[in-house]
Ligand binder design. Structure first.
Ligand code: IMP
Ligand code: MG
Length: 178
């Protein structure tokens, strides 16, 4: 698995200190507010698990699974809800937690969908962002790292369902997916 990685882009240590920084901000910003943290499966699973354990205010945790990629490395723009929320978000503050924003098409669909359910406010938190690739405008409230236009894996992020268990974010060697 490690042999397929060309370069470590964000180390375990860098991720851990960023997670703490983001969680502290979130804890301050949503103090005394009813916050629902929504992890976008499967990619954000590792990030959301670490993030919520550094958030010091009461939260509810829920998950959604949406498909955008299949096993290709290019966004299709086709978004499908595979697993919906368990509970209503009406009147609540919502924090959507994503692994990576690429074109923004997935999150743009998702935020519109969540708005229509009567959430009081929707904020976005992403570990990684590829701003060069954006096709839909997204207001990112909490961001870990801007990264270049490279295909990355690790810390929950996959290529064809593999590499999610790498503890860092790395760039995959091209020959791995060509
Ligand atoms: P978007 O709709 O193009 O913003 O796609 C966002 C989703 O595509 C993310 O939640 C990831 O699941 C996936 N994705 C985008 N870039 C990468 C990457 O570099 N590696 C793995 N998955 C990615
Ligand atoms: Mg994803």
């Amino acid at each position: 698995m490690l042999n397929d990685v060309k370069e470590v882009l964000v180390s375990e240590e860098e991720i851990a200190s960023k997670v703490l920084e983001l969680a502290n901000k979130i804890s301050t910003d949503f103090e005394n507010k009813e916050l629902v943290v929504i992890g976008v499966l499967k990619g954000a699973n590792v990030f959301v698990a670490d993030l919520i354990r550094k958030i010091s205010i009461p939260i509810e945790l829920d998950f959604m699974a949406i498909s955008s990629y299949g096993s290709s490395t290019v966004s299709s723009g086709v978004v499908k809800i595979q697993k919906d929320l368990d509970a209503s978000i009406e009147g609540k503050y919502v924090l959507v937690v994503e692994d990576i924003i690429d074109t923004g098409l997935t999150l743009s669909y998702l935020t519109e969908n969540l708005k229509s359910r009567g959430a009081k406010e929707i904020a976005i938190c992403t570990l990684l962002d590829k701003p060069e690739r954006r096709k839909a405008h997204i207001d990112v409230n909490y961001k870990g790292f801007n990264i270049p236009d490279e295909f990355v894996v690790g810390y929950g992020i996959d290529y064809a369902e593999r590499y999610r268990n790498l503890p860092f974010v790395g760039i995959l060697k091209e020959e791995t997916y060509q």
